[in-house]
Design a protein around this ligand. Structure first.
Ligand code: G4P
Length: 190
């Protein structure tokens, strides 16, 4: 997505530890026009995948997801990050480890928002180690539903998540793929 590449080059900052800071349009302040265009791209790629719902992980995945859901005319569900297990039969939960942030959380989905006939498109802002996406996949599959695809805004292709999801056979589509990050260096994969 050319406008996203341009925005990343103009406003993104490569920090130490392979982190790309994009607070000015994605993680803190949000650029609504850019989010809408992301929705257009995701719709175009996934519109023939039989998607019934979009799942995202709070919080930065919400903006691109809602723009996609609006354009695909399907519901969107936010997977919550809880600090502890909920002792109730009404929820699916799975533990996710964040390498970037160095902590664990319980990814949580109310059972009433998924059923076995659902085909879920998972959308998130970053793909790094793939732990968040794998957690979302576990919740979908625990419910007996199917993952129709995975849409990522910024994929850091040099980290393990990309290969793990591809090797498992998931249909992964990323709007920007970063091959290399370094001191003032941002290189795209294609
Ligand atoms: P993984 O899911 O691919 O394994 O990634 P990881 O756990 O390591 O990432 C945890 C959090 O860090 C996620 O945000 C993810 O979006 C974010 N993240 C990973 N790499 C980068 C990066 O290079 N730049 C930025 N800005 N964020 C990155 P989160 O905890 O879910 O927070 P939120 O922003 O969605 O609320």
């Amino acid at each position: 997505m050319e406008s996203l590449h341009k925005k990343i080059l103009e406003e993104g900052k490569a920090l130490s530890g392979n982190v790309l800071k994009v607070d000015s349009f994605l993680n803190h302040q949000v650029d609504p026009d850019l989010m809408f265009e992301m929705g257009t791209y995701f719709k175009k790629y996934f519109e023939n995948h039989g998607v019934t719902k979009i799942f995202t992980i709070e919080s930065s995945g919400i903006a691109p997801s809602v723009m996609t859901a609006m354009q695909m005319n399907i519901p969107m569900v936010i997977l919550k990050k809880q600090t502890s297990k909920i002792l109730s039969n009404d929820f699916y939960q799975t533990t996710v480890h964040s390498f970037t942030k160095g902590h664990d959380y319980e990814l949580t989905l109310a059972k009433k928002y998924i059923n076995e006939a659902d085909r879920i498109l998972i959308i998130d802002d970053f793909l790094a180690n793939g732990e968040a996406a794998l957690g979302a996949i576990r919740l979908v599959e625990d419910a007996g539903a199917e993952v129709a695809g995975i849409g990522i805004v910024i994929e850091k292709s040099f980290q393990p998540g990309y290969k793990i999801l591809k090797d498992k056979g998931y249909d992964l589509y990323s709007l920007a793929r970063i091959a290399k990050l370094g001191d003032n260096i941002i290189e795209f994969a294609d």
